[in-house]
Design a protein around this ligand. Structure first.
Ligand code: NAD
Length: 482
């Protein structure tokens, strides 16, 4: 029986391994982590992450051929294939601070693999890593290996949170990069055989190591670039009276462009886009390509601009101050159908409003009160560490300005304005008349995801701002100048 061990039981390690276990009953899968609470949650009825369909997959395999454990060394020692899916944060200090990937967790995992292994293994990079990481990992493994043979593969994960299970069941492609030696090719084949249990062969792409590593960074950069492109257009639409929905529909109808990832919004979030682009920028700079680095940097700059623009619009519309005004925040996750808040635009928008002394009442169907307070207290980039190693810098002054409530009506009660930060379906069908009746007047809705029917809301009496759509007369009279 092939034994797989995955180091890192996070958003990637948990779902990918659960699906491998489901699709390959003949393979034994152990998912290990140093975060005890996370492992306890994986072994309980309340999994540590919310992902549609995940509970079902885990229930079918857990205890049969899928195990979650903190016995990291034991399971690594027993495995034939070791996936590494640990955090790869952006460095906050030292060389490359603010851009380069911090490979501390990766390196410690590699050293541990070398220390505990008694048999040859295939080590698979599942984490997103800078190009040429495999070479560094290979050096660590072979220097400490006591004659044991390691083959390193790059198998970046392309799942999207919110649709992870669907994406894993039916991936557009699985990418496996390896050495071009006979041993490297054998390792590629062994991993390919695992995926071939359910993925059609023509969707399993094999490349050299560096192409696989770079393809992951490139794919995320291209996706984020589409969002920043349409968001840049949304600012121009507001200025000219064009409607970004109509513009992006017309643009996306071109089969060379296509309709996906062309929704204007308050900005992209999630653990990967910003981090991976910064990483790409750093690699370009290190390779003497400042023009290329500058090009990709713009994708992040536009994303930051979009979030700032949103905050400025809120504050400017309310007579240039939100001090002591209650503002309802609907949605905190970085997108619908996930409880993940990493780099969610809601954090920057909330911090911007708090900076102007607003009082926030926040509701999200999947994000806990603790998580929201923690996110608002953490500094930039500090979230990307194992739970028990996250630096805590909770600011009590902010906590007093923030309440987290159990539904949208409660959040909006007595509020001056309502900001929609996540496109949860339930926000489309709220009783906005009831919400309006319980708000201060004039009552504002700032729709950061274009989910509400703005005309209906205007009929109720709201002043409505929708990203990239023609502005209400009120908003034109109150320009948002930074
Ligand atoms: N989240 C996504 O959608 C996504 C998609 C593709 C790739 N990635 C990449 O995959 C990697 C993991 O992402 P994630 O979202 O699963 O992160 P995560 O923070 O949810 O999970 C990482 C886990 O690794 C554990 N860990 C860290 N060091 C360890 C060690 N030495 N031994 C054992 N466990 C250790 C942590 O405790 C944590 O639970 C990152 O490189 C990320 O960039 C993420």
């Amino acid at each position: 029986m092939v034994k797989i061990c995955c180091i890192g039981a996070g958003y990637v390690g948990g779902p990918t391994m659960a699906v491998i276990a489901l699709k390959c009953p003949s393979v034994q899968v152990a998912v290990v982590d140093i975060a005890q609470k996370r492992i306890e949650a994986w072994n309980s009825d309340k999994l540590p992450i919310y992902e549609p369909g995940l509970d079902d997959v885990v229930k079918q395999c857990r205890g049969k051929n899928l195990f979650f454990s903190t016995e990291v060394e034991k399971h690594v020692a027993e495995a034939d294939i070791v996936f590494v899916s640990v955090n790869t944060p952006t460095k906050t200090t030292g060389l490359g601070a603010g851009k380069a990937a911090d490979l501390t967790y990766w390196e410690s995992a590699a050293r541990m693999i070398a220390d505990v292994s008694k048999s040859s293994k295939i080590v698979v990079e599942k984490s997103t890593v800078p190009v040429k990481t495999a070479e560094a990992i290979e050096k660590i493994l072979t220097h400490n290996s006591k004659g044991i043979k390691f083959q390193i593969l790059s198998n970046p994960e392309f799942l999207a949170e919110g649709t992870a299970i669907q994406d894993l069941f039916n991936p557009d492609r699985v990418l496996i990069g390896g050495r071009e030696t006979p041993e490297g090719q054998n390792a590629i084949k062994a991993l390919k055989d695992v995926y071939a249990h359910w993925v059609p062969e023509d969707r399993i792409l094999t490349t050299n190591l560096w192409s696989a590593e770079l393809s992951k960074l490139a794919a995320n950069a291209f996706l984020a670039q589409r969002i920043s492109s349409v968001n840049a257009m949304s600012a121009l639409c507001e200025a000219t009276g064009a409607n970004v929905i109509e513009v992006s529909y017309a643009v996306g109808k071109d089969t060379r462009i296509g309709p996906k990832f062309l929704n204007a919004s308050v900005g992209f979030g999630g653990s990967c886009f910003q981090k991976d682009i910064l990483n790409l920028v750093y690699i370009c700079e290190c390779n003497g390509l400042p023009e290329v680095a500058e090009y990709w940097k713009q994708v992040i700059k536009i994303n930051d601009y979009q979030k700032n623009r949103f905050v400025n619009r809120v504050v400017a519309s309310m007579f240039n101050t939100v001090a002591k005004k209650k503002i309802a925040i609907l949605g905190f996750a970085f997108k619908k159908d996930t409880g993940d808040t990493r780099e969610t635009p809601a954090i920057d928008v909330c911090k911007g409003l708090l900076g102007d002394k607003a009082e926030l009442s926040i509701y999200d169907p999947q994000v806990t009160e603790d998580q929201i307070h923690k996110d608002l207290a953490l500094s930039k980039f500090d979230w990307d560490h194992p739970l028990h190693l996250q630096p805590m810098s909770a600011s009590s002054s902010t906590e007093k300005q923030v309440t987290v409530v159990g539904d949208a009506y409660e959040a909006a009660k007595g509020a001056h304005g309502l900001c929609i930060m996540t496109e949860w379906d339930e926000f489309k069908t709220l009783d906005y008349k009831k919400i309006f009746d319980n708000m201060q007047k004039p009552a504002f809705v700032f729709d950061g995801r274009n989910v509400v029917n703005a005309d209906q809301l205007r009929e109720i009496g709201f002043i409505v701002f929708s990203i990239g759509k023609p502005l209400d007369a009120w908003l034109k009279d109150m320009p948002a100048v930074a």
